[in-house]
Write a protein that binds this ligand. Structure first.
Ligand code: SAM
Ligand code: DTB
Ligand code: SF4
Length: 335
């Protein structure tokens, strides 16, 4: 290890001692409602203590199994409960996925996330194929993330063994609002899978969606849940709802982008060492709003033309934006 990584690791260790997991909901509320200039100043100050302010992690998504999901998540175009334009696609072949990953690594992407429209990860041949994908992606040197729905402890261990570094499993919103969005599972199911992931030694990627018609208190409730997980999720995706025709949330009023900014700044203050990802919804945000999200402490984005099934800004647009802002992708360690 050179001097810089050693220093960084030491800083991280020292910083970790200061992390709080006992946030009161009222404290989260007070932070969220701080006057914007003060909120941004506090978020930016912490951001600089823990992260390089000009760096952003680039992650690429691939949908390895698309549509036909038995869950009824009101935001999701892949739920079998709703009539959307998403074309169903069975599990891709490991080779196909690994080829896409290698290409992403060559382009400097540092995290690769495989998403499947499952209620829970399957057993048997399909799961074996997912493990093969994880092994192949892991060999590129990128961080490897999966989001496959609920997992058993055994499956989490097998994924870890195959080289999985992160598992995405979102809490999505506050416990109070959850039942208005999803009826086919409960908050506790999510927390159980998150515990299995932790137990297996896989890092946690956990966040939520804003703009689903929730109240401000629900956004605060979500952030409170995330910040009281111990340890904090290493990665916190903040999605702005992509409103998709055919889903029950297709015509909810659009979210004020400043709510994204406030939520990101609050996440940065509550979980200063975590990566906060400005996830879905970038295509719907202006370059100015995206810039404010970066200033609030977002330091990770999804790149590539597509998220799972919906459009994302293309590589040219992203390159231009980062260039204009004088920001750079994290250095790639791909092999
Ligand atoms: N089925 C698995 C699950 O739900 O955990 C993995 C795939 S699921 C599509 C991954 C995440 O995508 C969801 O938890 C949700 O937060 C996010 N998501 C789905 N549809 C979205 C939309 N229309 N807008 C924003 N985020 C969305
Ligand atoms: C996350 O929080 N957002 C990503 C990833 N984790 C899996 C997914 C966003 C999906 C947006 C809707 C779609 O493209 O289908
Ligand atoms: Fe299924 Fe995940 Fe979509 Fe819910 S969010 S319907 S679990 S794919």
């Amino acid at each position: 290890m050179g001097t810089r990584p050693v220093l960084e690791a030491a800083q991280k260790r020292a910083a970790r001692g200061n992390l709080r997991h006992d946030w009161e909901r009222s404290e989260v509320e007070a932070i969220y409602r701080t006057a914007l200039p003060e909120l941004m100043y506090r978020a930016q100050t912490l951001h600089r203590e823990y992260h390089a302010p000009d760096r952003v992690q680039t992650c690429q998504l691939i949908s390895i199994k698309t549509g036909g999901c038995p869950e009824d998540c009101a935001y999701c175009p892949q739920s079998a409960h709703y009539q959307t334009d998403v074309e169903r696609q069975g599990l891709l072949e490991p080779r196909e996925v690994i080829d896409v990953a290698r290409d992403a690594a060559r382009r400097g992407v540092t995290r690769f996330c495989m998403g499947a429209a499952w209620r829970q990860a399957p057993e048997g041949r399909e799961f074996e194929n997912v493990l093969e994908m994880v092994r192949g992606v892991s060999a590129t040197g990128m961080e490897v993330c999966c989001t496959l729905g609920m997992l058993t402890e055994q499956q989490a261990l097998q994924l870890k063994e195959a080289g999985l570094t992160a598992y995405n499993h979102n809490l999505d919103t506050s416990p109070e609002f959850y039942g208005s969005i999803i009826t086919t599972r409960v908050y506790e199911d999510r927390l159980k899978t998150l515990a299995a992931v932790r137990k297996a030694g896989i890092t946690v990627c956990c966040g939520g969606i804003l703009g689903m018609g929730e109240r401000e208190t629900d956004r605060i409730g979500l952030l409170h849940q995330l910040a009281t997980l111990e340890p904090h999720p290493e990665s916190v995706p903040i999605n702005m709802l992509v409103r998709v025709e055919g889903t029950p949330l297709a015509s909810v009023p659009p979210l004020d982008p400043l709510e994204m900014v406030r939520a990101i700044a609050t996440a940065r203050i509550l979980m200063p060492a975590s990566r906060v990802r400005l996830a879905a919804g970038r295509k719907q945000l202006s370059p100015e709003a995206v810039t404010l999200c970066f200033l609030a402490g977002a330091n990770s984005i999804f790149v590539g033309e597509k998220l799972l099934t919906t459009p994302n800004p293309g590589p040219d647009e992203d390159e231009q934006l980062l260039h204009t802002l004088g920001m750079k992708p994290l250095e790639s360690h791909a092999v």
